[in-house]
Design a protein around this ligand. Structure first.
Ligand code: CP
Length: 308
């Protein structure tokens, strides 16, 4: 059996191109499984997975839980707000206490960049990063690239624009690493205040003109304005953001070619894109969500290979 080059999934930065292709091929098989009337396989029977969420989530959390159930794993769900973290317990103590109950794998979302890497150096369980602050969100980038491959046949050679709040986005950084490893050209687009200065050094093109960027790209992955992280005013108002960077039906109709529209969610309808664009035939937003389950099944299965 082919295996990944790593025993944790902390970031796309740590994966090889072969790892990504292996995850995609494994996800192809699981996608077939989850479309059967009986959606369950016994691959992770006797494996216990803890889902530790120190930050809100809908898609990632539900998707990991479904992936684990469909692989027949035992599951423990942990939410920081209702745990002893609220009494001051540290991350390491919390995780060590959970691991003492014989947990094999940990899926963790945490507001601190580096929290998953910190844990992976201190515990024996396999760690999967479900989003660490503004750092990386590797399974989101994998499902995004997988969805592009599904829609366009290949990622190599495609022009992908990531549009919106790049500064606060873990999705953006993981997407850049993943798309570049697969041979895509990547451009980021947004207001200068929402694009970190180091992006050109990553080999990424930078634009502040959304109409020109839409005319350039094959795929536009639109990111939300992260309301909860706007600690200072990066732009005057949401109305002005929409006026200059929001994607509308009229903008898509003015293009000379069809583009694919993506969004990792949650969407701020009427801010980064209008509702008719989010729900248009060019949008693959719900296919991304569907593919998230198969991708997460593949990641869990491949990382658990040493244990089963
Ligand atoms: N895409 C994503 O991470 O969504 P959630 O925050 O709902 O998990």
């Amino acid at each position: 059996m082919k295996t990944l080059s790593t025993r944790h999934l902390i970031g796309i930065k740590d994966l090889t191109e072969d790892d990504i292709h292996l995850i995609f091929e494994t996800a192809d098989n699981f996608k077939e499984v989850i479309n059967r009337p009986i959606k369950k396989v016994p691959s992770l029977r006797d494996i216990t997975v803890a889902n530790l969420f120190f930050e809100s989530s809908t898609r990632t959390r539900v998707s990991f839980e479904l992936a684990e159930r469909r692989l027949s794993a035992d599951i423990v769900n942990f939410t920081a707000s209702t745990s002893s973290v609220s009494k001051g317990e540290t991350l390491l103590d919390t995780v060590n206490n959970i691991l003492a109950m014989k947990v094999d794998m940990v899926v963790m979302r945490h507001p601190a960049p580096g929290a998953c890497a910190f844990l992976s150096r201190r515990v024996s369980a396999n760690i999967i990063n479900a989003g660490d602050g503004t750092h990386e969100h590797p399974t989101q980038a994998l499902l995004d690239a997988y969805s592009i491959r599904e829609r366009l046949g290949n990622v190599a050679g495609k022009k992908v624009a990531i549009i919106g709040d790049i500064l606060h986005s873990r999705v953006a950084l993981s997407n850049v690493f993943c798309l570049q490893k697969l041979g895509a050209r990547v451009r980021v687009c947004g207001p200068p205040t929402l694009i970190p200065k180091y992006y050109p050094a990553l080999g990424v093109e930078v634009s502040h003109n959304v109409r020109e960027t839409l005319a350039w790209c094959d795929v536009a992955n639109v990111l939300r304005i992260q309301m909860e992280r706007q600690d200072i005013r990066y732009f005057p108002s949401l109305r002005e953001y929409h006026q200059y960077f929001g994607i509308t039906r009229q903008m898509l109709d003015a293009l000379e070619h069809d583009i694919v529209l993506m969004h990792p969610g949650p969407i701020n309808r009427g801010v980064e894109l209008t509702s008719d664009v989010a729900d248009s035939r060019q949008s693959i937003i719900l296919q991304q969500v569907e593919n998230g389950v198969a991708i997460r099944m593949a990641v869990l299965y491949l990382l658990a290979a040493e244990r089963v």
